[in-house]
Each structure stands twice: as structure tokens, then as C-alpha cells.
Design a binder for this molecule. Sequence first.
Ligand SMILES: Nc1ncnc2c1ncn2[C@@H]1O[C@H](COP(=O)(O)OP(=O)(O)O)[C@@H](O)[C@H]1O
Ligand SMILES: [Mg+2]
Length: 311
Amino acid sequence: MTEDVRSAPGVDARGAVARAAPDVETLRASLDAVGYLTDTGLCTALFLALRLPQPLLLEGEPGVGKTEAAKALAAVLDTPLIRLQCYDGLDVAEALYEWNYPRQLLAIRLAESQGTPLAEADLFSDAFLLRRPILAALTHPGPAPAVLLIDEIDRADDDFEAFLLEVLAEAAVTIPERGTVRATVAPVIVLTSNRTRDLHDALKRRCVYHWIDYPDVERVAEILRRRVPDSPRVLASGVAAAVRRLRLPELQKAPGIAEGIDWIRALSLLGVERVDAAAADRTLGLLVKYREDQDLVRARGLDWLVGEGDD
Ligand SMILES: Nc1ncnc2c1ncn2[C@@H]1O[C@H](COP(=O)(O)OP(=O)(O)O)[C@@H](O)[C@H]1O
Ligand SMILES: [Mg+2]
């Protein structure tokens, strides 16, 4: 029993992707237009993943833009982003599909009370199928493929990784009551990992792999201005430089780009045009969110944080 809906007429998924990403530079400009900045390495990896096509594995520290890359791809392809957030204990049912038991029971009771026959196949029809992210992505009708984001795969356990490998290899899943469901339009798959553990070589082998480095101060400033467009240029540079200074191993949670964005939003709202020690003092909680870390920063000095007295 096979449910092969792959040959849906009029669906030209490859064509849709090729039009959105005809070459690396066009893709880069399109990503830029939706607010996502790439360098040549990252953009090439994204391009290849789309066009080969192969799943993309993005690794890097928290906050370097892994999740955002998948969102940006979905925006560029004008297609839904379907996200599976991984965690310890994530099981296949939550990732793939579940049967809606309460509804099935209700249908059985109703059929009994009305004396109408109910075939087993009816109970396993679409009406009772809850499509979780992977199945939803595989059965997305197109024309452009859905972007399936499997976020923070390093948080899931080994078994889940093994299961995922199968899905990646086949672009198909088996539902015992229904048979094999093949992808209507194979999704664009983006896996991310914060590298809290190493992933299996077998998984990596299937993917285009790219390590995203923490961006330098200029790029962070550019990203900040992209996210908070009306913020002054000097403010963005100041915030980016402060975030860079705080990338200290002794902090429990060094701020990343996300905290930088929050901070610059707050400073803009307060009408601050340039970061100084006084502004940092009253808004430190947007940037540094552990009391001990705040003490540490204050001990070093807010002048140091905002680069006053450097020159
Ligand atoms: N290259 C980039 N272009 C635009 N925004 C970015 C970029 N990198 C990071 N960001 C922003 O920084 C924040 C953190 O990014 P995110 O994708 O959540 O990081 P990660 O998933 O790697 O932990 C988000 O608000 C995102 O919009
Ligand atoms: Mg993320």
C-alpha cells in the first residue's frame, strides 16, 4: 500500500526553487531584501542546499543566525516555514503524526448509536490524522517546497537522530495503517545545532554542512540596523562593540545578537543616540540577564563596556 502523491500535476518544485535562487548572488540579494545578511560562504551553502538539493546542517554558537537562516529562506521562497523544535525526549509521534484518538472514539460511539457501519479504513482517514511537522512538510502541496526547520537537533537523543536519517534518505515516511507516504514536493530541510554534542557522521554525510562563525563588530552593527532600521548608525556601532566586549568566558550568558537587538530597541525608544555609561547603567537588564554577570560587568566598569576612555 503506497500513497504516492509525488506526481501532482502542474507542480514544478525545482523550477520554483531555481527561479528564486538562480545563482548565489541573486539569492544573497533576496536574503538581504528580507533582512538576512550573509557572507559568501553561508550564501553559497544555502544556494547549494536549495539547488542540489540536499539538507543543510547549520552549526554555530547560539545567536549567530541559524534559525533565522531558515526563516529567511522560507520568506525568499514565499513558502511556509514548518518548524520542529527538538528537545530531550522528543518522540516520533510528535515529529511525524498522531491519530486523533478522542475523535476516533467519538466516531465509533456515533456509528454504534446510529447503527451505521464504520470501516477500519475510515478511522484512519485524513480526518483523524494529526500531521506533525515532518509529515506536514512532506505533504505540503507546493508549488514551492516547504522549508522544514529541524531546530537544535543536538538536543534530541540518538534514536531520534537515527529516525531522522531515514526520513532524510527517503523523503518518505511509513504510517503502518496507511503505507508509505512520499513527499509531494520534497521539502527544503534545514537542521541546526548549537553543538552541545557531536552529531553522527551518517547524518552529516547527507547534508551540506556550514559552520556559522560569530560575526564581527561591523556585521553585527549592520544586522542591528537591519532589525531596527531607524536606529542611528553610531548607536548600532556602539551596541555591537559593547556586545563584542561582553563575549567573556567568565559570564554565565554572554549576550548575542538577539540581546543586542533588544538593547538597541530599548535605547532607541529612550531616545539615546549614542551608548554611554549612564544609558548602559539604566538599561543593562536588556543585555545582561544574570545578577552575577551584571555585578561582573559593573566591577569592570560601564565606561569600559561602552568604550569610553579607550582613546
Ligand atoms: N545574518 C543575520 N542577518 C539578520 N539577522 C540576524 C543574522 N544573524 C542573526 N540575526 C538575528 O539575531 C537573532 C538571533 O538569531 P537566531 O537565528 O535566533 O540565532 P541561532 O538560531 O543561531 O541561535 C535573531 O533575532 C536574528 O534575527
Ligand atoms: Mg536558533
